[in-house]
Design a protein around this ligand. Structure first.
Ligand SMILES: CC(C)(COP(=O)(O)OP(=O)(O)OC[C@H]1O[C@@H](n2cnc3c(N)ncnc32)[C@H](O)[C@@H]1OP(=O)(O)O)[C@@H](O)C(=O)NCCC(=O)NCCS
Length: 165
């Protein structure tokens, strides 16, 4: 499959908002603005003109006091591959892409949270060399109005994983 990954550009916003409309209204623009400020990269994966996946690479780490990461550990969040594109190695490529970017910037580690009820994602990260950081499990969640005006709510208990680069 021929796909490519690149940081979001302002012109991508309408299509990204349409593809991932179940996220909090305005969140894609906020991520773009944070990217402009240099605190993160909002990575969009494309199959030709179609948006097929997303992920966020936060340079300063997870930004959650329950994740006592070392300062040299950026954090990968919001990895999502559109249903019909799963199982083709796209998430694998996105994670490796984030690792390359972190390595280029001189980071020694990279980390991510995985839901305890998401064994598929856990297996993927384990295969890529991520290991339990040993932090206490923590619960994250959100309630919000999505990009289509619908109320959404989710909650999951996560484990934090780290990989030495
Ligand atoms: C979890 C998720 C990101 C995985 O995305 P994906 O693109 O299907 O993942 P990959 O294809 O890279 O890997 C999945 C499996 O397909 C296999 N695979 C199939 N074809 C492949 C190929 N051409 N190249 C590499 N791997 C391939 C991989 O070996 C992998 O096997 P594993 O489950 O034993 O690790 C996706 O299912 C998703 O978006 N889920 C909903 C959101 C979510 O749970 N996100 C994670 C939050 S922590």
């Amino acid at each position: 499959m021929d796909f490519y990954i690149r940081p979001i550009e302002e012109k991508d916003l309408p299509l990204v908002e349409q593809t991932f409309s179940n996220l909090r209204a305005g969140i894609h623009k906020k991520r773009f603005e944070d990217q402009q400020r240099g605190t993160l990269l909002y990575l969009i994966t494309w199959d030709s003109q179609k948006v097929i996946a997303r992920a966020m690479l936060k340079w300063m780490g997870a930004g959650d006091s329950r994740i006592p990461n070392p300062a040299d550990c950026p954090d990968i969040e919001s990895v999502f591959v559109v249903d019909e594109y799963r199982g083709h190695g796209i998430a694998t490529k996105i994670i490796l892409y984030c690792e390359d970017l972190a390595r280029e910037k001189g980071f020694a580690k990279i980390g991510l949270s995985v839901g305890q009820e998401n064994p598929h994602a856990h297996r993927l990260y384990t295969r890529l060399g991520y290991k339990n950081a040993g932090y206490e499990a923590f619960t994250i969640g959100d309630s919000y109005t999505d990009g289509t005006g619908k109320p959404q709510s989710w909650q999951e208990t996560c484990t934090y994983l780290i990989k030495d680069l």
